[in-house]
Design a binder for this molecule. Sequence first.
Ligand code: PEP
Ligand code: MG
Length: 746
Amino acid sequence: MGEGLESESRKLLGRLRDTMAEEAAGQERLDKITHLMADSMGTEVCSIYLFRDAETLELCATQGLNQAAVHETRMKMGEGLVGRVARYGKVVNTADAPSARGFRYMPETGEEIYSSFLGVPVQRLGEKLGVLVVQSKEKREFTHDEVYALEVVAMVLAEMTELGVFVGEGAALMARHTQPVMLRGGTAQEGAAMGRVWLHEPRVVVTNLVADDPEVEAKRLEDAVDTLRVSVDEMLADAPNDSDHAQVLEAYRMFANSKGWMRRMQEDITRGLSAEAAVEKEQSHARARMSQVTDGYLRERLHDLDDLSNRLLRILTGQGNSTGSEMPSDPILIARNIGPAELLEYGRSLKGVVLEEGSVGSHAAIVARALAIPLVIHAERITNEALNGDQILVDGDQGIVHLRPDETVSNAFRDKMAMQAKAQERYASIRDTECVSLDGHKVSMLMNAGLMADLPSLDNSGAEGVGLFRTELQFLIRNQMPKRTELANLYARVMDAAHGKRVVFRTLDIGSDKVLPYMKPQDEPNPALGWRAIRVALDRPGVMRMQLQALLRAAQGRPMTIMFPFIAQYEEFRQAKEEVNRVWAREEKLGHVMPESLEIGAMLETPSLAYASNKLFEEVAFLSIGGNDLKQFFFAADRENERVRRRYDTLNVSFLTFLQGIVKRCEESNTALSFCGEDAGRPIEALCLAAIGIRTLSMRPASIGPVKSLIMRYNLDEIRAVIEASRDRGDQTVRASVMDYLRQNG
Ligand code: PEP
Ligand code: MG
């Protein structure tokens, strides 16, 4: 790149900045930019197309094309050369536009006389805003430097659009972030919430895009990158070796030291951009690529680069995490993704959470579930669209988010919430009533928990005890292995809070989707079928022993209940139980107060266990069906894979028949049986489970009211007959028949 070209580019940006500094209405500013660009690039035409809506581009200003076409000419994404630039987010540079693929003649613009065409996307952090075009009669391809110059201007244009510079009289351009937006995502935790946006990472606002002195800017960038490197090194020194966290930091370090990254930013600065603008330009590129890359690993690395750019922008602008604003009283947290520990820190102050990414089984989802906060995942663009303080409605049941909703939507939503509140009142009125069906079958209602924060729900929900305490949460939210005393204290406090109600502590269930941040990740082709839960515990008994000690000590003389996850064959249970006996003997020898009694049960999460020998059924104190895992293995459908996870109905006759087989075996061997998967908390499913004989259900606390109130209104023997009849008729699922029956019977 020649010195002359660099100063040309700087001059152009300087003129652009001066133009922007003048008092002018939005449209006037757009017009001025097109004049300026056509003039500087020596082309007859310069036009700016901006998105009207997600699919439609509109000619918003032009120098050289017919003025009457402004705000009249529109095209769909992908239509014509301009539409192509927008769709693919890539530059189109051609000497002979009329014969280029995709060219579409727009008579109102008079453009057919122009031969050369150069179009660059106007995009900001991966979001498409429009297209900037220059055209000329002379048949020539634009040089690399010209393309670059136009790209830089497009970037400045994108920033200005974001800042609302072009809004105003005559511009016919809506201010950004003012329109209602509805986003459809996935549901990870049900419930409805309304509140105000609180961004986990507020956007850094870059206002100085163009700089006069490249040397000063280059130095600023260098200093900022140095600061960044030091902080990454420090974080790395604190991170446990080989952990996920350390791996991410290693990737950060790689980028922070990457010559290519630095070089590109320095080049942008030489061309006249400020250090911040240069960082953001690179970040935009990374985001644009992110939307195209499907390879998981690469996407992760692009994310790392994105995070790193954010850090760098914060250093450069001095803008901190909260940018001075105060968290609203009804915050709905918006983030691209969030870790479990961070989410837990916000805790119950949050009314809802919306993530751009996330997954149903992610740790954040587990925490959100534990906190009973509605969570919508895969809400595309939410972090770009939402501003702190915006009104927002979260429909966790449908996976829908309404940002800045209009009044009709708000009112409808308010009605929905009022109805739910009424239902809650009804549930509260039966809180202390036993759950007995009309025909006199008692169904025990237990709750699932995993955090200290869950325990107050024991009283609020009327649960008779904790049927599943997921102990792994305590391991997942820390960045190092918890200590034995720490755990013993925590378990003791859990038991204190339960006031004598039974708590079933499930031993550490890690592996598959639950990866401890401080444990070396296993590279397994099928983690759900891999080295997880009891398999890890038996192969590396150290952690299990420590946990068992903590549990026995926590009891402080009270009765203790322990449950092993993911038992696939008798031998695993036997070994695990032997481990408990050994720990018991040692603890006793050490003089600790031993639990008054000890129950040891197993989770039935693999079909194999349903066919285990009688010995298993006789030896376990109880069995608890982990329906989430059991169902995924029964149907061979990954519980985390959006494509298949809803494909098979829990009320499918094959699955129900299978469950009935388990009920029968438990009855024959007098083994206590419960069900603790998510389905236990879905009223219709729970009703059917109870009808086929599973009379202990453990679920999210919030589900106890709805499940209980439904079961209490029906006759379980009749429902069972409906299920059998439906099966006899050859139905694939009994759902429709059961629903019909419920409708006909109130
Ligand atoms: C289950 O698999 O149903 C279960 C309760 O365990 P988790 O969801 O923690 O795997
Ligand atoms: Mg499970």
